[in-house]
Design a protein around this ligand. Structure first.
Ligand code: FAD
Ligand code: NAD
Length: 465
């Protein structure tokens, strides 16, 4: 029988990879993790979820002080932006959390093999000048930004940037053009809009936030417009020219038509992300990619190659940290001979703007395609806590099967929608009906009561509207 250096070698230490490594070690497997970055935590902790939330949180305070929201509550302040300090607290958050993963690796006796890994064969991986063997190899190499042909990203120059560059801007741009009205464009566009930039979002489709419920997408457009963003929907970018520290972006209607130009100090390219497989040497193990450049797996996260597994952004499904984490736990459990399962029908998604946009399960459009449904809606304006906090925007919408009443999807727009959606995901995981939610006691006064009321509205009986 072959002898290996490790039971499990994980390639990539993002939320998929580091969680897989920790779970594997907890299960008694000898585990290593290859990571080429200087710090652990992957995209999420270094240049994704965490730093973007640090900037969203700080800029929300600035905005509340600047736009009169605090004055409304009797707090008169004139904010002064200290961008260096705002960036420093973001870097601190990243440092603390990435260092925390390093601590967890040590605690669980996981070897961090520093460098980029490449397969030699299915059980042998080269990391730098080291060769490592493992009985099981988990590919968790994540994703990188999708480039827009003809538009060169230069984060150091800071004029045409991707999300990593947009987190690091040294000054608030006067004019910012965001290409792509998806999650990154709206979150990072919101950060710089709040700090004083004029932000124009150019989106190819006729609505923002593809993948979310139609009504939520429509409402998001109204809300971001009200906040001062200029939205150019059904519009495509055909080029961008940089001269000195300015850019000129050329756009035209998605369906074709007259072109126009937009001037900007900063252009953010946020048109999606693609699986990271370059340099992995997949040809050496005969592993082919699907049409979208992703690695396909079965339900257990096993690839077609014996002993090689894959999880996270590099495989199909939503590119979300918590999806990658759950897959990390499941793959380690499967490798250990347990049963690791991820229910891909119940993966919540959240856009962390103000208000937040969150959803889990089917959109109303998807649910209708599958059969008869009932829908209950409740406006945040009628929720006592949201009203008291001066947070009138948004609603909760619950979609249930017309016959069984089983909840198929829940959508929220509310200041704390990202927190509220957890109870919806849990209810759906337990196979709840809308009646189950309606008869669950919710604390008062909380935004979450809107979920109970929306559930009551499924059968037409909310109390507060
Ligand atoms: P990654 O986090 O991308 O990690 C992969 C790691 O593998 C990287 O560190 C990379 O250096 C390493 N690697 C790649 N190739 C090799 C190799 N050959 N050898 C060794 N190492 C290698 N998701 C959310 O759920 N919530 C959010 O709020 C959120 N915000 C985001 C904000 C931004 C700006 C961005 C860009 C993304 C955000 N995401 C968010 C998405 C989230 O970051 C990803 O879904 C998540 O990081 C995917 O985890 P992963 O482990 O699959 O891959
Ligand atoms: P996205 O897929 O969310 O949005 C990209 C948008 O760009 C789409 O609306 C698309 O129609 C548009 N687009 C594509 N080509 C275009 C063009 N030529 N001109 C104009 N518009 C164009 O992608 P993203 O915002 O780059 O985010 C990437 C991934 O990162 C997402 O899958 C998301 O799941 C993840 N992410 C998640 C969070 C979160 O969970 N809060 C935050 C940030 C990123």
């Amino acid at each position: 029988m072959a002898e290996y250096d490790y039971d499990v070698l994980v390639i990539g230490a993002g939320p998929g990879g580091y969680v897989a490594a920790i779970r594997a070690a907890q299960l008694g497997l000898k585990t290593a993790c290859a990571e080429g970055r200087e710090t652990l935590g992957g995209t999420c902790l270094n240049v994704g979820c965490i730093p973007s939330k640090a900037m969203l949180h700080a800029s929300e305070y600035f905005d509340a002080a600047a736009n009169g929201a605090m004055a409304k509550m009797g707090i008169k302040v004139t904010p002064e932006l200290d961008l260096d300090t705002m960036h420093a607290q973001r870097r601190d958050a990243v440092k603390g959390l990435t260092g925390g993963i390093e601590f967890l690796f040590k605690k669980n006796k996981i070897d961090w093999i520093k460098g980029y890994a490449s397969f030699q064969d299915a059980h042998t991986v080269k990391v730098g000048d080291k060769s490592v063997t493992a009985k099981n190899v988990v590919i968790a190499t994540g994703s990188t930004v999708t480039p827009l042909p003809g538009i060169e990203i230069d984060n150091d120059k800071g004029v045409v940037v991707d999300s990593t560059g947009a987190l690091e801007l040294k000054a608030v741009p006067k004019k910012m053009v965001v290409i792509g009205g998806g999650v990154i464009g709206l979150e990072l566009g919101s950060v710089w809009r709040r700090l004083g930039a004029d932000v124009t979002v150019v989106e190819f489709l006729d609505q923002l936030l593809p993948g979310m419920d139609g009504e939520v997408r429509k409402e998001s457009g109204k809300i971001f417009k009200k906040q001062g963003m200029v939205l150019k929907l059904s519009t495509k970018v055909t080029g961008a020219a940089v001269a000195g520290d300015k850019a000129t972006v050329t756009v035209e209607p998605a369906a074709g038509g007259a072109a126009e130009t937009l001037e900007a100090d900063v252009v953010l390219v946020s048109i999606g992300r693609r699986a990271n497989t370059e340099g992995l040497g997949l040809d050496k193990i005969g592993l082919e990619l699907n049409q979208r450049g992703q690695i396909e797996t079965d339900h257990d996260f096993a690839t077609k190659v014996d002993g090689v597994w894959a999880i996270g952004d590099v495989i199909p499904g939503p590119m979300l940290a918590h999806k990658a984490e759950d897959e990390g736990i499941a793959v380690a459990e499967n490798i250990a001979g347990l049963t690791g399962i991820v229910n891909h029908d119940v993966i919540p998604g959240v856009v962390y703007t103000a208000p937040e946009f969150a959803g889990v399960g089917l959109t109303e459009e998807q649910a209708k395609e599958r059969g008869a449904i009932k829908v209950g809606k409740f406006p945040m304006l009628a929720n006592s806590r949201a009203k008291t906090n001066h947070e009138p925007d948004g609603f909760v919408k619950i979609i249930a099967d017309a016959e069984t009443d089983r909840v198929l999807g829940v959508w929220c727009i509310a200041t704390v929608a990202g927190t509220m959606i957890a109870q919806a995901a849990q209810a759906m995981e337990f196979g709840a009906t809308s009646e189950d939610i309606a008869y669950t006691c919710h604390a008062h006064p909380t935004h979450s009561e809107a979920i109970k009321e929306a559930a009551m509205a499924v059968t037409g009986k909310p109390i507060h509207v």
